[in-house]
Design a protein around this ligand. Sequence first.
Ligand SMILES: [Zn+2]
Length: 271
Amino acid sequence: MDFNRIAPTIDVETMQQSHVTIIGGANGLARDLVHSGLGAVTLVDFDRIDTSNPARQDFYSTDMGRYKAEATADILRKINPEVQVEYYTHDYCALSRQEHDNLFSQTDLFVFATDFFPAQARGNIEALRLGIPAIWIGLYKGGRAGEIVYSVPGKTNACYRCICGKRYQAFHLGRANVPSAGGTILDLHLVDAIVGQIAIGILTDGADNRMGKLIGKLGNRNFMQVKIDPDYRLGDKDIFAKYLGDHPANFSFTTIALPMERDENCPDCGN
Ligand SMILES: [Zn+2]
């Protein structure tokens, strides 16, 4: 593959030495990272492709019944035959710690893209323990807004649990499940395109180009929300107008990046 035309923006040499592990179904993101020069990918997903998937995810109708991870691996090899792809159809939450580390300790970045809260939560514990950067992706109800949380040891202060503590409480009260109905492939791609830039920013941090400067510029703003539906409200709150104001130019398809501090009482990263 000839990466010359993206080389001014992406440190492709570092990307080719990098390994990303994706838990759950961020297959569009996996594709984009391979297009961007990523050298190695591990996919973890026990789901199989069903008839509802081609309408909202990057799967083909000809792949019905196959494991999503297997179908994605084939596509990634078509994009770049040199990419190293491994896939596992395990339940991430069912892996013992030993199995977890045997499979993933070579990774440079985790992406947690499941709609199952316990998997997102376990990811925080393991990423912190292994000292590996991680990104969590989520769509809010109906795909009307998106959420991106990331952590980089030594660079960001707040972990996923520090930032999403309320979600942990909601889970314990049985209220953490966000129904995915209503979210479209356009909503997913909008959020994935931002996550892809954060991922490349983390992997190539320090490179003298636009992506290599991204994480330094973000600093402690490791909680991002993406406005998708112009009328999105959280309860009755317009969380975007709070920061972007009520100027008519504040329409939609914008991202806010909020500064986050560590919660000293955080059970995952606190003392
Ligand atoms: Zn924390």
